[in-house]
Every structure is written in structure tokens, then in C-alpha cells.
Ligand binder design. Sequence first.
Ligand code: FES
Length: 152
Amino acid sequence: MSDIENIADELQKQIMAEVKLKYSQKVIDSWQHPQNWGIMHHADGYAKVAGPCGDTMEISITVKNATIKKCTYDTDGCGPSIACGSIITEMATGKTIEQAKKINQERVLAFCGGLPDESKHCALLAANTLQCAIRDYKNNKRAPWKQYYRSP
Ligand code: FES
């Protein structure tokens, strides 16, 4: 290993040690290896929401027999928002719509082992986006043709 590679390796270790002091292993894993990344076109429900920080998240869901079969997301936000998006897709998949409607910021925070105060709004962004995607699903049920005129 060259000197520069050794310095980069040592720096990486220091950064990870600091990250581990602030974030749970669940958050770190979900941040580094996000699940269900991407947006489904013509999904049964879709939403794009901006958080208080200005970052956005998108969530799409497919629903069968009132149960969320697939839930995917995308975000242009921070590491914790990448983690919260991944986590909320895990939490929502397999839930009935009624169960998924109860997934809020507090539940995301409990599921992921908590977040530092400055990152708690990232869990709120994920929860708000899921709830908007569920509302979109309900609206589409009333007027199914509308989903073909929205983006994506
Ligand atoms: Fe904007 Fe985390 S979502 S800082």
C-alpha cells in the first residue's frame, strides 16, 4: 500500500469511528447498503416530498389486496435520509395499508435505534413521504386513470 493509500485508509477508519459514535449499526448498514433504491413507474402510489432542510425523498408503492407488496425510494438527501428511506421501505413492505398508515417519525426512529437531534427530521421526511404515497394510492383507487398522468 502506498503512503497516500495508508493515509486514506487511516482517515476512513477515523471517520467510521466517529460515525459509530453518532449512529446505530442499523443506520450505518442502511446508509452504506440501502435497500429498495429506485422509483417504480406507474406504481399504485407515488409521492415526492421536500423536508424542512430542502432535501427531497420519493417513494413508490405497489399494493395488492390492501397490502404493500413493494416499496421503493430515492432521495437527494443526506446519509441519514438514505438510511431512513431504506428503513421505511423495509417497515412498509408486507404491511396492510392500515398498518402502514401508522408508520410515523417516532416509529422510524425506534426501528433504526434513534438518530442525533440534528438528523431526526430525516426520519420525518421518510415518514411524510410514505404517508403521501399512501394518500396517492387511495386517490388512484378512486380515479385509476390519474396515475398515468403523473410523473413518474
Ligand atoms: Fe436533509 Fe437529512 S434529509 S439533512
